[in-house]
Design a protein around this ligand. Structure first.
Ligand code: 13P
Length: 255
């Protein structure tokens, strides 16, 4: 049985003071819902304070990106080693990173290797553009992204990480994929690609999230899909009430 996860990607929102307030509100409102993995991913500068705020509460912290090198002349970047002890998770290859910061399948793969080597759990993002979706290229493109991101890993490494399918046309648009569409790609494309590359047992053990305009209203139906093990939540994770409602609905669905 794969444990469900509700991960909040706060993106470039909240000052340190605001982030601590949000983290405390989330900590208090989802306390004790142990059947769901609860993860919040604030900006780098907020990580130490947020980590302190949620320590011992069962709410885990993640970073939103990282660099693959151990150290060196990479102005502005943060290494996996710098994140050790601060976070358990790190989002890698979010479409906004690919779109605005020139991340590629190749750099995503390097980052996944570096994160695992440092003992961090990658949340690897894949997803097609609106044009690719309309052209019917989703299956081929997303399957390729999955295989490229995971290249060179062992099956044991793959089943310990998280994959998030986030169609770009659904991110921040209020137009979520239908639960059926999300299931079709999470199962028929993402899990199928993992099975092709690493075998069925690894694929069955790997957690796959859906992301893109999830909220307290649509999460129930999404979480009922057999191949969707959680959500990577943007906007709705910035509201403690909606995030907590999503965690609680997920706990209900998995009861
Ligand atoms: P929204 O939930 O705001 O659409 O964002 C999804 C996302 O990009 C999470 O990483």
């Amino acid at each position: 049985m794969r444990k469900p996860m509700m991960a909040g990607n706060w993106k470039m929102n909240k000052t340190v003071v605001e982030a601590v307030g949000l983290a405390q509100a989330i900590r208090d409102s989802v306390a004790g819902v142990e059947s769901v993995d609860r993860v919040i991913c604030p900006a780098f500068v907020c990580l130490p304070a947020v980590q302190q705020a949620v320590q011992g509460s069962g709410v885990a912290v993640g970073a939103q990106t990282m660099h693959w090198a151990e150290s060196g002349a990479y102005t502005g970047e943060v290494s996996a080693g710098m994140l050790q002890g601060l976070v358990e998770y790190v989002i890698i290859g979010h479409s906004e990173r690919r779109q605005y910061f020139a991340e590629t399948d190749e750099t995503v793969n390097k980052k996944v290797h570096a994160a695992l080597a440092a003992g961090l759990i990658p949340i690897v993002c894949v997803g097609e553009s609106p044009a690719q979706n309309e052209a019917g290229e989703t299956h081929r493109f997303v399957g390729g992204q999955v295989k490229a991101a995971l290249a060179g890993l062992s099956g044991a490494q793959v089943q310990g990480l998280i994959i998030a399918y986030e169609p770009i046309w659904a991110i921040g648009t209020g137009r979520a994929a239908t639960a059926q569409q999300a299931q079709e790609i999470c199962g028929g494309t993402v899990r199928a690609a993992v099975a092709e590359a690493f075998g069925g047992a690894v694929a069955q053990a790997t957690r796959i999230l859906y992301g893109g305009s999830t909220n307290a209203k649509n999460i129930g139906e999404i979480m009922q899909q057999p191949d969707i093990d959680g959500a990577l939540i943007g906007g709705a994770s910035l509201q403690p009430d909606s995030y907590a409602a999503m965690v609680k609905t997920t706990a209900e669905v998995y009861r």
